[in-house]
Design a protein around this ligand. Structure first.
Ligand code: TMP
Length: 210
């Protein structure tokens, strides 16, 4: 019998090295003989990439918190239906850079929307699909913000450019999700060389590997 596909997500705040690690983890899993699809949010399907532009460009106040949460849920719904579910059904592994926990952390960080409200949008948009494993890259939030600023300069995005209080709230919410869901979410130290971080990620997936 064919081994089942697995849906793995990478999460964390700004400048934590998530996108680099998504690439390295994908390569490492392929080296182990797995058929891996690398994808990201917002985006990962044609419709969701179009919504990504709406979400990440323009003035900071372009969208209300509620409209922003709905757009993320709509983008995710398209990504799940057109990219993630077909890959899982085909027995592939999916390495996804950000997913529902980013909405739970970022769109609730202003306090206007609750975690339950964001999860209810996910229930409608994506039938509540949850990852088999979520790897939360943990790094000093202030240092990460500094790295993201150094990397992006003036070319940051609408959400990444928010103030330190917002990003501290995001970080606290990620930590709370990890504490509440230890079977799904593993916190991984993101300090050290990229190779060291990738081996920690692989160790946090060891029980799922065939
Ligand atoms: P990126 O920096 O990983 O490309 O993500 C783009 C920005 O979008 C980042 O600041 C986090 C934000 N974001 C949310 O606010 N909610 C979400 O659900 C997702 C997927 C991303």
């Amino acid at each position: 019998m064919r081994a089942p596909g697995r849906f793995i997500t990478l999460e964390g705040g700004e400048g934590v090295g998530k996108s680099t690690q998504a690439g390295l983890l994908t390569q490492a899993l392929r080296t182990q003989g797995l058929d891996v699809v690398q994808t990201r949010e917002p985006g990962g399907s044609a419709g969701a990439e179009a919504i990504r532009d709406l979400l990440l460009t323009g003035a900071g106040d372009r969208w209300s918190t509620r409209a922003e949460a709905l757009l993320f849920a709509a983008a995710r719904g398209d990504h799940v239906a057109r990219t993630i579910l077909p890959a899982v059904a085909a027995g592939q592994w999916i390495v996804c850079d950000r997913f529902i926990d980013s909405s739970r952390a970022y769109q609730s960080a202003t306090g206007e929307l609750s975690d339950a409200e964001i999860l209810s949008l996910h229930a409608v948009g994506s039938a509540g699909l949850m990852p088999d494993r979520t790897l939360l890259l943990a790094f000093d939030q202030a240092e990460g913000a500094e790295r993201a600023r150094a990397r992006d300069g003036d070319a940051g995005d609408r959400i990444g450019d928010r103030d330190t209080t917002f990003h501290t709230g995001v970080s606290d919410r990620f930590a709370a999700i990890a504490a509440a869901e230890p079977a799904r979410v593993r916190t991984v130290d993101a300090s050290g060389s990229p190779e060291q971080v990738t081996s920690r990620l692989l160790a946090a997936l060891a029980d799922l590997l065939p």
